[in-house]
Design a protein around this ligand. Structure first.
Ligand SMILES: Nc1ncnc2c1ncn2[C@@H]1O[C@H](COP(=O)(O)OP(=O)(O)O)[C@@H](O)[C@H]1O
Ligand SMILES: [Mg+2]
Length: 324
């Protein structure tokens, strides 16, 4: 059961700024503000959705939560305890990630048995060779693969099967929290539902908590009770999925929702598609004030002058927009 009183993950004003070489001859240093002050809670047993177009900072945020990148500033708590530079290794077993690209995330020179076994080795989760092998086969079966496939290499599998291997690897250490970073974006539409259903079943069986990242709201909606919308390093809106669909407040969210295809013709007729002009700006030199204002159909002069505060508009519904 979901417990809405005690967060498993707490994120407070988290920033991830990358220093890169830029300018003429690469002599200047530039700062990429990939995640630029983000706060939210994820409760035990829930699927927390994170959406936003490519380049908004979703992957960076997910990886920073797991300390795959050291945060530039801000705080991350797991079950009430702060994760720090000193202690983050203690959380490696509790927090796992499923990567977006099942082709790039599995070592091509390792057999499936070794890929999954590596996770067991790192955390010493067996006492005999036989126990190790039994665990690996059990995990393969759990994700719909079989013992005969254990000796094969990643290239012998389809995209969907590779993602199953990635999921087995994440589950090998019995984590409590999993960042699912666009786990189905690279897969055929026909395979996507299988993987999503499997992730859902695992969550029920193993009482997992997910951060589920997608650039597509329709995918996130299937799994998530609460959804955060990210734009250029910031969460601009956060609420439960029902109210996000029925009365989103932020113009960016509204444009994302208007882009979801509707199969019902009567609804489709009344729905107006909001098309954003231009590309997402660079996180090196983001626009002043509200970062969305350069593409916002409703922008006014205040939007370029002041950063909008991320505030609770209704109970549980947060939004960062001057015009709301
Ligand atoms: N290691 C890195 N070094 C420098 N810039 C990065 C790095 N990783 C991501 N970025 C930049 O940070 C921004 C956010 O990227 P990312 O987190 O991958 O977004 P998303 O997952 O939403 O597509 C992008 O502009 C990207 O180019
Ligand atoms: Mg990404």
């Amino acid at each position: 059961m979901e417990n809405l009183t005690k967060p498993l993950i707490e994120v407070q004003d988290l920033k991830q700024h990358f220093k890169i070489k830029g300018g003429l001859f690469g002599r200047a240093t530039q700062t990429v503000k990939a995640v630029d002050g983000v706060s939210f809670n994820i409760y035990r047993g829930e699927t927390f959705g994170l959406v936003g177009e490519s380049g908004s900072g979703k992957t960076t945020l997910g990886r920073t939560l797991l300390h795959l990148y050291n945060p530039t500033s801000g705080k991350i708590f797991f079950d009430g305890e702060e994760i720090s530079k000193e202690n983050y290794r203690n959380y490696a077993k509790k927090m796992q990630i499923i990567f977006q690209d099942p082709y790039a995330s599995l070592n091509p020179r390792m057999t499936v048995e070794d890929i999954i076994g590596e996770a067991l080795d790192v955390h010493k989760l067996y006492s005999t060779k036989k126990e190790r092998r039994d665990k690996i086969i059990e995990l393969l079966k759990l994700v719909g693969l079989n013992a005969e496939q254990a000796q094969r290499y990643p290239h012998e599998f389809s995209g969907g099967q590779r993602q199953r291997i990635g999921i087995a690897r994440a589950l090998a250490v019995s984590p409590e929290f999993i960042v699912c970073d666009e786990p189905v974006s690279a897969l055929d539409v026909s395979i996507q539902a299988q993987i999503i259903n499997m992730l859902y079943d695992m969550q029920q069986e193993m009482k997992l908590t997910y951060l589920f990242i997608a650039h597509d709201l329709a995918v996130v909606r299937q799994l998530s009770k609460r959804i955060a919308v990210m734009y250029l390093g910031n969460v601009v809106e956060l609420t439960d999925s029902e109210s996000l669909y029925t009365h989103s407040l932020h113009p960016y969210t509204q444009s994302l929702i208007s882009a979801i295809p509707i199969s019902e013709p009567s609804v489709a007729k009344t729905k107006q598609r909001i098309i954003l002009s231009g590309e997402i700006p660079s996180p090196i030199n983001p626009p002043s004030g509200c970062k969305f204002r350069t593409r916002c159909p409703k922008a006014e002069s205040i939007c370029s002058e002041k950063v909008p505060e991320f505030r609770e508009i209704e109970s549980g519904h947060f939004c960062a927009c001057h015009l709301v």
